[in-house]
Structures are given as C-alpha cells and as structure tokens.
Design a protein around this ligand. Structure first.
Ligand code: 7TS
Length: 414
C-alpha cells in the first residue's frame, strides 16, 4: 500500500497568485519552466512583505529591539533549512546568493587552498555550467586535473568509468549533480559518496534540482558539500545555501572579506568570526533568507515524499503523451529514474521556434542549451525544448502542452 498522501493540486494552486493570471486576454498561463525558477506561494511573498513592513533592520549588529527581531527571524530561517536537510548543526548552513556562488565558494576556499597538479577533481558530462566553470577556473589557478564521467545513451552516468577513475586517479573531490536539469536523471548519490569516500575523495553535490523535488538528508547521504538555490524551491531569488561538514568549514579559509565575517580587525591582520559567519561577508539577503524559511515551511507542510510521488505520476503521464507526438524525442531515462523534466526535440523544428509558438498558446517552456552545453554536444544537438513540472502543475496542463505541440506542427507543415 502506498501511504504517501496525495497532493491537492487545485488547493495548492490557490496559494500561487501568478498562476491565476492570463498571459494575454483569454490565454491562461501554463507555467512549465520551474526548473529555471519556481513560482512563489503567497506565504513566501507575505513573509517577505511582513519583514519589510514590521521588522526591517540590519542583522547581527543592533542593540535595539528591531535589529534583534530581524536577526532572530533571519537566524530562524537558517534553523529551518538545517532541519529540512537534516544537517547536524545550524553552523553548517552557509547562506550564499545561489547554487553558483556556493560551488564557487568551495572551489575558491577549499579547492584553492588544497589542490594542485597532483590532484584530480571528477565532474560529469551532465553538469550545469555552474558545476563545470568554477573547476576550470580552479584548474587555471592551481593546475588541478579535471576528469569527466560520461553520460550513457539512456541519460545515466557511466558508473564503470566512475569506478575506474576512483581506482586509478588521485581523485580528491567528486562534484556531481544530484539531478540533471535537462535529462532529469536522479543520480545514485549515496552510492557515489560511499565509493568516493572509500577512495579517499570528498563529494560536492549540486542539489539545485533535487532539493525542490526530493527528500534530501545530508547525513543519510553522507555528502561533504551540498549546494542549492532558494528560487527553485518556492523561495525568492538572491538566496542560496552551502551545506558543508563542520570540520571542513572550520579548516577552510574565508571566501570573501568584509564586515560580519571577522571577530577582530587590526591593521596588522584579522581574526575570523565563528561558523557560519566566517563565510558571510557583508550585509546578507535578510528578507530573502526569511522568504526561504517560509518556502521550507511550505514544502514541509505539503511533504517532500508527497511532492516527489506526485511529480513521478505527472512526469510518467507527460512522457506517455509526448511519445504519441510524431517526430518527438525525449532525452533522459524513464519516469522511474528521473525527476519532473522532459527535454525534447521535434523533427525539422528548431527548439526556439517551438518554444515561441508554445508561448502563443500560453505555455511557458524554455529552449536552448539550459546551461549544459557539453551535455547537448554529447547528444549531437545544439538545443532542446524543455518542459518541467512542479507541485502546482496539473495533468490538464500536460494536455495543453500536447495540444499546443500539435498546433505548432500544423503551422510548420502547412
Ligand atoms: N545546477 C543545476 C543542476 C541547475 O539546474 C542550475 C540552474 C544551477 C546549478 C544554477 O543555479 P543558480 O540558481 O545558481 O543559477 N538551472 C537553470 C535551468 O535549468 N534553467 O535556468 C536555470
């Protein structure tokens, strides 16, 4: 028996003001681009407005009540994130701007102080540019080697190559996406971590796509670093998270210097603040942190198991309907092994034309390389059209996508 409670999608939709709007008069919005950024529920928008209307002050500074309340609200959000990912301590939750900044922090602080030409970092062919380019920059700075796990035709990682690299190369870090933003592939992160640890390597997981859609438990996964963005998980832009094991953070040098990250500054030298503030220079994104806390509350009440189960159902339905469309090819594994993403090509039609025509019908999808150019190159295509699903999407919206695709084909074959 499946004990997971079903989602009441129609009730959930009532919480998202933007989903009530029409793109043009008479054309309702069908938002299928949550992989790029999710929509925000009223609870998140209101938490941020309430902060500005009632509590706005700088944090960690004031002696006065307002600043103390602002600090409490902001630090409360950090504790919510800690509980959401089951970190051992709130001191392991570093607030950043987004996934990209979290990964750059690890590369520039941990990587730059520890890696050299005799070391290797392993990435994969399915990474977002934000988990490729920081390591290329690090390679230019330190001479560290960058090794790549290929993607198989079915959109999964070549685990034989992964095993071989760990066996034969001086791998110090594996930087891998938990879930692909194009193929939707959910990688076997727990297994990859235990293999990496056995070989003496650490693991950084890019959880930009998994955190919004799957239950993620950093202690169960035993992962060393984990990066994600607030804006893809119902929260605002401008706030992201780096989780790292406390012992690693303790040993790492600061990433940026400035206010808040110091304990004492003398002109001859400075001492660093305690965790996590050592990595949070300058006035942080206070309202955004509070908004992320509200998003975490929202996801927790709905339940990550329920969200994941619903997304598997709607994705299976979408893949089934897309398979009916002549000349359409979806990339990535079957619904059981992927999250709510369907990136596809249509014979003889350019993905940008497809996305533009879908927009006429009110269907918002993204077209392009989705910041994963090496992955598109691997499949020999310059671009895909990508539809993605979240807890507020309905089966009717999948039908609207399919109807719109048939109209696109009619227009282009006349
Ligand atoms: N990693 C993955 C797997 C992603 O999907 C993205 C964003 C990022 C990192 C970077 O996140 P950011 O918040 O730092 O920008 N992915 C997408 C996308 O697929 N379409 O737009 C952004």
């Amino acid at each position: 028996m499946n004990a997971t409670p079903a989602l009441d999608v129609h009730r959930i939709r009532q919480d998202f003001p933007i989903l009530q709007r029409e793109v043009r008069p008479g054309v309702p919005l069908v938002y299928l681009d949550s992989t790029a950024t999710s929509q925000k529920p009223r609870q998140v928008i209101e938490a941020m407005s309430r902060y500005y209307e009632t509590t706005n002050a700088n944090v960690h500074r004031g002696i006065y009540a307002l600043s103390e309340q602002a600090t409490e609200a902001y630090e409360d959000a950090r504790k919510k994130v800690k509980a959401f990912i089951n970190a051992a301590s709130w001191r392991e939750i570093v607030f950043t701007r987004n996934t990209t900044e979290s990964i750059n922090l690890v590369a520039q602080s941990w990587g730059r102080s520890r890696l050299g030409p005799d070391d290797a970092v392993v990435i994969t062919e399915m990474e977002h540019h934000s988990n490729i380019v920081p390591w290329q920059l690090l390679r230019e700075q330190t001479g560290v080697r960058l090794l790549v796990v290929p993607v198989l035709d079915d959109g999964t990682l070549d685990m034989d190559v992964y095993d071989r690299l760990l066996r034969t190369e001086p791998v110090r870090l594996v930087a891998v996406t938990h879930m692909s933003n194009v193929l939707g592939t959910i990688n076997p992160l727990g297994e990859m971590v235990s293999k990496a640890h056995a070989a003496g390597a650490l693991v950084l997981a890019d959880a930009a796509q998994s955190m919004p859609h799957l239950p993620v438990d950093v202690q169960a996964l035993d992962v060393d670093f984990l990066a994600f963005s607030g804006h893809k998980m119902l929260g605002p832009t401008g706030i992201g998270v780096l989780y790292a094991r406390r012992s690693l953070l303790e040993a790492m040098p600061p990433y940026q210097g400035g206010g808040d990250m110091i304990r004492r500054v003398r002109l001859s030298g400075s001492e660093w603040n305690e965790l996590p503030y050592k990595f949070e220079a300058g006035t942080p994104a206070i309202a955004e942190g509070i908004g992320l806390g509200a998003a975490v509350d929202y996801l927790t009440i709905v339940g990550m198991d329920a969200i994941h189960a619903y997304e598997q159902q709607i994705t299976a339905y979408a893949l089934e309907r897309l398979a009916e469309v002549p000349g359409l090819r979806v990339y990535g594994p079957d619904a059981a092994r992927k999250g709510g993403v369907a990136a596809f090509t249509l014979d003889r039609l350019h993905p940008h034309d497809v996305a533009q025509m879908l927009d006429v019908e009110g269907v918002a999808v993204r077209a392009g390389h989705h910041c994963a150019m090496p992955l598109h190159e691997r499949f020999g295509i310059p671009a895909t059209t990508r539809a993605s699903f979240y807890l507020y999407n309905t089966f009717d919206e999948v039908d609207a996508l399919i109807r719109a695709l048939y109209r696109v084909m009619q227009v282009f074959t006349v």
